[in-house]
Design a protein around this ligand. Structure first.
Ligand SMILES: Cc1ncc(COP(=O)(O)O)c(C=O)c1O
Length: 365
């Protein structure tokens, strides 16, 4: 039989499949547990927006019909909220899909893509698929080091991915640092601001990336309904950029990237300010509770601008992860990011957070 390796795109030979957070059902089945909480994928523990759910129920009967390909109504509403034209927005099957579009539309063989070492893995995946050269800098204080990134920019650089806030560390790059980077790099370099956790940011020095789009810079902003709106399971995210860039992204998107339920759910969630505030409040309170408990236990964590916390256990996190699973708590061990002693913990409901703290205390004592 012919070795399929010889048939495969060279760029993907070294790629490893993405390992998502372990699903609740799998842990229940494997460990015979009835109650399991998942604090591993930065979902919204509060649940989906009730207005989204209502809209989805009403839409179910139209499931025989294809959706509107460009999510027109959703784009109109987003455009109104952001005070920009609809042609500045592209809606995809999650922000993941839009990350792929950035690569498919803009990365040629040999193009250099610059980002940071410990960040969202989708940037590397699409870069390698497209034959780009993936160049990374070290994090500085768990944060993207924009000076180091600027130094790596060369005449071959096509794109910079800035995960802001960064997943998995939860830190942000601030306005001044971004301003300096934008001043330094040539205008033809595309800067992708992945703002999946935008809504959770409390720091007032968070940059206004939209201003770069409005100035006409080659900037693409990514946002999602998976986090604050609580509809990760429906898969809807979007990109914001000047219309010419959106035009090229639109050339490579599939004909019906988002389904009918995702479109109406996302649209309705934009009116659900009550749910939005509830999620933020729950996250703020959960964060303070977890900080207090971690402080009491003298455990190091990185202060977060997101709905997750990066925690250094100072000991092997893989065995901690397994012990957590046995206690019905799914978290994310840090080995995959090169931080074998760290974990990433999604901030859950008070009940879920307490269940984690209980497990933590049992395991470390
Ligand atoms: C930084 C970052 N970007 C993008 C995504 C993908 O979001 P979506 O669920 O919209 O595909 C995630 C999901 O966790 C993320 O953490």
């Amino acid at each position: 039989m012919i070795d399929a390796k010889n048939l495969t795109r060279r760029g993907i030979l070294d790629l490893k499949p993405y390992i998502p957070g372990k699903p609740i059902e799998e842990v229940q089945r494997e460990l015979g547990l009835t109650e399991v909480v998942k604090l591993a994928s930065n979902e919204t523990s509060v649940g989906p927006s009730p207005l989204a759910l209502e809209a989805i129920r009403k839409e179910l009967g139209n499931s025989n019909l294809y959706p509107e390909g460009s999510s027109r109504l959703l784009r109109e509403k987003l455009a109104e909220k952001l005070s920009i034209g609809e042609d500045f927005i592209i809606v995809g099957n999650g922000a993941d899909n839009v990350i792929d579009l950035t690569g498919m539309a803009f990365i040629n063989d040999g193009d250099e893509i610059v980002t940071s070492e410990i960040t969202f893995p989708a940037y590397e995946t699409i870069t390698r698929i497209m034959g780009g050269k993936y160049i990374t800098c070290k994090l500085k204080d768990f944060t993207f080091d924009l000076e180091a990134i600027a130094e790596k920019v060369s005449s071959k650089t096509k794109m910079i991915y800035l995960c802001n806030p960064n997943n998995p560390t939860g830190t942000i790059v601030k306005r001044d640092a971004v301003e300096k980077l934008m001043d330094k790099i040539p205008e033809n370099v595309i800067v992708v601001f992945d703002e999946a956790y935008y809504d959770y940011v409390e720091d007032e020095e968070y940059p206004n990336s939209l201003s770069y789009v409005l100035e006409g810079r080659n900037v693409i902003i990514l946002r999602t309904f998976s986090k604050i709106a609580g509809i990760a399971g429906l898969r809807v995210g979007y990109g914001i950029a000047r219309p010419e860039l959106i035009g090229y992204l639109s050339r490579v998107i599939s004909p019906f990237p988002t389904n009918r339920l995702a479109q109406v759910g996302a649209l309705a969630s934009l009116d659900d300010s009550e749910h939005y505030e509830k999620v933020l409040k729950s996250n703020r309170e959960g964060k303070q509770y977890l900080y207090r408990e971690l402080n009491k236990l003298n455990i190091f964590y990185v202060p977060t601008e997101t709905n997750f916390i990066f925690i250094d256990l100072k000991e092997d996190s893989q065995s901690f992860y397994e012990k957590c699973l046995q206690r019905g708590v799914i978290i994310r061990p840090g080995k995959t990011w090169g931080y074998p002693n760290c974990i990433r913990l999604t901030i859950g409901t008070q009940y879920e957070n307490e269940k984690f703290v209980h497990a933590l205390k049992e395991i470390i004592t």
